[in-house]
Design a protein around this ligand. Structure first.
Ligand SMILES: Nc1ncnc2c1ncn2[C@@H]1O[C@H](COP(=O)(O)OP(=O)(O)OP(=O)(O)O)[C@@H](O)[C@H]1O
Ligand SMILES: [Mg+2]
Length: 618
């Protein structure tokens, strides 16, 4: 049997697959096992039942074989034909009963363990997902979606594989090993010694073949990951491939990866394929040697050269039983060593899962010094300094204020730090020094839920969930009525195009709204924010993909909406922010100019350059 590997279907070409050759080893096995056992939780009685079933099925298996001995001996014995017949029939019936019990126990064990395993996996997935919801934006910014997905899929799958069968297989393998050894000793000592010499040799050879096979299966995983990754990339980037006429190059690159995959697969499967025949040959050799020695012992016992009470004495039934046992003997050794790989990768997977579970969640704190019902939206940034990483400061000494109902615009070139300011106000990240207050309260003294409930936001990158248009807009305020949703859509100019969709507001959006234009997606995101009653509104490049005429419409609609709210607007198209109460011009993380549109134009500084399109080359 080839070593346990992830079947190709499970390979999603994620990071785990790409580094498939790496031997996965858990760092702290005991700890991982302990935590996994904790997850079995209230299924412990079921596990106990499964263990009992394993004991029964292994025991019956061993006993069933041993029952052959008296049968065979009786056949060669001296009692009358009728008695022999009756005895053999009776024994065969008993044997059938014993084996049947074993089969039933095995079936119960499988059924129970699969249930336990799936219950456990469900708990782990629930916990992991729950945990992910509590993690900070920083975690999402620094970890790839692919990595997180692979924890949910590959790692959890591996744990499942272990629970489904491996643990019990190892347990039953060990029982079989001990049981077989005991029965072999009971049958004949010299023959047992012969087996004990040959069996480890067989196991050693098997392990050597398995090791090589594993190496190639590992390479196959990596090659498969590379091919899958390439396909995935080319499919999702097909437009870019076409536009830049990269088809021929893509084919060429793919052909190379594909060739690697074929070569490595040929080797892996060849080695996997010869494993069985090799093992067979070895076991036949073992069989022949054992049978030869056994036959000699039986022969000499019959001749009387070996006394019937001697430890070397063997009857024909004993010989027959013994060769069966000796054949069985090396099987559990191979099985156990193969299953150890599954356990190792399951434990390594468990560690990756637990690593996420152990992540520090967004610091939860209950201090809430504001009345959540009555936040007015008086925002002050006081000497705020911040960097995503300690070694690089992005924002330097930002000070600004926004009184309730004011509209503050943030402008500046790409990468100046506009979105970063917003990330701080929503506490996606915490500031390094300085202070941000809302209604005079430091936002670190407002619990996150309250804070975010009071902020409506249109993010620079839009996001839509699978669901109807109505549901997607309602995401902005779950208790909004249909009429309110429609009103918000009208405000954001989304109503026009929604009306023309096949099912209007009931049209189902899938794949992040892939059937919508970029601008339409933005309109839905604006509608979502318009629906919210939060006193603070943030529009980060909310209308960057919308045509100027629609933008003007939205602005008119939004003006009414912004009347009582503190609004932060980020826009590159400066015409949209002309009527702001104050405009902050950001450059390299610093506010370099501030004032109203007119004042800033008068200054003839950076804003003037941005507005008029005149830009001195630095
Ligand atoms: N998650 C992050 N981790 C590390 N650095 C980041 C992160 N997000 C942004 N930055 C860096 O912070 C700086 C400011 O980025 P920010 O997104 O605030 O710019 P912006 O003014 O919004 O630009 P744009 O107009 O392109 O949206 C950039 O230099 C960027 O590289
Ligand atoms: Mg930005």
């Amino acid at each position: 049997m080839p070593p346990q590997i992830t079947p190709p279907g499970r390979n999603r070409g994620g990071p785990a697959a790409r580094f498939g050759t790496e031997k996965v080893k858990p760092k702290d096995m005991k700890k991982a096992i302990g935590r996994l056992l904790g997850y079995i939780g209230k299924d412990k009685p079921k596990v106990a039942l499964a263990v009992i079933c394993v004991l029964i099925s292994t025991g019956t298996n061993l006993a069933g074989t041993y029952m052959q001995r008296p049968i065979i001996n009786c056949l060669g014995g001296a009692i009358s034909a009728g008695d022999t017949m009756r005895y053999v029939m009776l024994m065969l019936l008993a044997m059938a009963g014993v084996y049947l019990t074993g089969v039933i126990a095995m079936m119960i064990q499988q059924r129970v363990m699969i249930r336990v395993s799936q219950n456990t996996l469900k708990r782990i997935r629930d916990d992991l997902f729950g945990k992910l919801q509590g993690l900070s934006v920083r975690y999402y910014d620094t970890n790839s979606a692919g990595d997180m997905m692979s924890r949910f899929t590959n790692d959890v799958d591996n744990i499942g594989l272990m629970f489904d069968s491996t643990i019990l297989q190892i347990f039953s393998g060990m029982l079989t090993l001990v049981g077989t050894l005991a029965l072999m000793l009971r049958t004949n000592l010299p023959l047992t010694v012969v087996t004990l010499i040959i069996a480890p040799l067989v196991a050693r050879v098997a392990a050597a073949i398995a090791k090589n096979t594993r190496k190639y299966f590992g390479r196959q995983q990596a090659a498969l990951g590379a091919v899958n990754g390439y396909i995935e990339e080319t499919i999702s980037g097909q437009k870019v491939v076409k536009v830049f006429n990269h088809e021929a190059k893509a084919k060429e690159e793919f052909a190379k990866l594909n060739e690697d995959l074929r070569d490595v697969q040929v080797r892996a499967n060849f080695l996997g394929g010869i494993m069985g025949p090799c093992m067979n040959a070895l076991s036949q050799a073992n069989y022949t040697i054992t049978a030869f020695v056994g036959a000699m012992l039986t022969f000499f016992t019959k001749l009387g050269k070996i006394g019937a009470s001697s430890f070397a004495a063997l009857d024909i039934g004993g010989l027959s039983v013994f060769v069966t046992y000796s054949r069985q003997f090396s099987r559990p050794i191979n099985e156990i060593s193969n299953q150890m790989n599954v356990i190792m990768s399951a434990l390594a997977g468990a560690e990756r899962v637990f690593a996420v579970m152990d992540m520090e969640p967004e610091a939860a704190h209950d201090t809430n010094l504001v009345n959540p019902e009555r936040i007015r939206g008086d925002v002050v940034f006081n000497n705020v300094t911040f960097g995503y990483n300690p070694d690089k400061t992005i924002l330097k000494n930002i000070s600004m204020y926004a009184h309730p109902g004011q509209k503050i615009a943030l402008v500046g070139s790409t990468g100046a730090g506009k979105t970063t300011i917003i990330n701080l106000l929503t506490r996606f990240y915490d500031i390094n020094s300085g202070e941000i207050t809302i209604d005079g309260v430091d936002i670190r003294d407002i619990n996150r839920e309250t804070l975010r409930e009071n902020i409506a936001m249109v993010l620079q990158d839009t996001h839509l969930f699978t669901g109807t248009v109505m549901e997607n807009i309602r995401y902005g305020r779950l208790d909004a009525t249909d009429a309110e949703v429609r009103a918000a859509a009208v405000t954001s100019c989304a109503h026009m195009f929604i009306k023309n969709m096949p099912d209007g507001y009931d049209t189902v959006l899938t794949g992040d709204g892939s059937n919508l234009s970029q601008g339409q997606r933005q309109l839905l995101n604006i509608a979502r924010a318009a629906l919210s009653k939060a006193p603070i509104l943030i529009l980060d490049e909310a209308t960057s993909s919308v045509d100027t005429r629609t933008e003007q419409h939205i602005n008119r609609g939004m003006d009414a909406l912004m009347e009582n709210r503190t609004t932060f607007v980020i826009a590159h198209r400066l015409s949209t922010i002309r009527n702001s109460d104050a405009i902050m011009v950001l450059e390299h993380g610093e506010i370099i100019e501030r004032g109203t549109h007119e004042e800033l134009l008068e200054m003839r500084g950076r804003y003037y350059e941005l507005y008029t399109g005149i830009k001195e080359l630095e």
